[in-house]
Design a protein around this ligand. Structure first.
Ligand code: HQG
Length: 171
């Protein structure tokens, strides 16, 4: 189940072409087509993944004919993110090895559409551990908002912004 969920991430966020499907401008894939194209995937499995994924990464459309990833894309789709005022502080989990570069350049979105921020340290630590010895940056999101930076929150609670200049980061 976990590996199927990971594979879905790859298809719905980054490379739909590897199974020969396309996403629409809002990131939706057709469920019937996805099931046809992905080996060993049926509707029950898909429904279970959407319901139980630990990060709630996926959503069905209201009629359940379409599915998309809630965030994390590298391909340019508009998942209709909510633009919101962020909390005063957010966290970014990364690896120690990127610290110097981040202190110099700020947080860049790299291959994704946004920089990903977490509202709690625990989540940020888990995100950071994916890259090595975790390192947490504190992001002064309240100040950024006052200065005109836009913030979005995905339906699964990830905070997103386009760039965090180094002056808004605390180690
Ligand atoms: C780093 C997972 C050097 C950045 C997670 C990160 C998240 C820099 C890496 C979501 C840099 C990009 C996204 C700079 C940023 N110099 N390195 N100036 N600016 N970086 O995977 O935030 O499980 O694209 O710190 O939970 O790690 O897939 O981003 O380490 O929510 O659902 O460049 O992916 O969710 O890595 O993770 P990523 P991320 P899922």
């Amino acid at each position: 189940m976990k590996s199927t969920s990971k594979f879905l991430s790859l298809i719905l966020r980054h490379k739909p072409q590897i199974v020969g499907i396309e996403l629409d401008e809002h990131g939706w894939a057709e469920v019937e087509e996805l099931i046809r194209r992905v080996k060993n995937l049926d509707r029950a499995t898909l429904e279970q993944i959407v319901a139980t994924d630990e990060k709630q990464r996926y959503s069905f459309s209201a009629d359940k004919k379409l599915i998309r990833a809630n965030q994390g894309h590298s391909i340019p789709v508009d998942v209709e993110l909510a633009e919101l005022e962020p909390p005063e502080i957010l966290y970014h989990g990364t690896s120690e090895k990127f610290s110097a570069s981040i202190n110099a350049q700020g947080l860049l979105k790299m291959s994704r559409l946004y920089v990903h921020l977490s509202s709690d340290i625990d989540t940020a630590t888990k995100v950071g551990r994916r890259h090595g010895v975790p390192k947490i940056f504190i992001v002064e999101s309240g100040k950024m908002f006052i200065d005109g930076y836009k913030f979005f929150r995905s339906v699964n609670g990830v905070w997103l912004t386009e760039h965090v200049p180094a002056k808004y980061l605390r180690n």
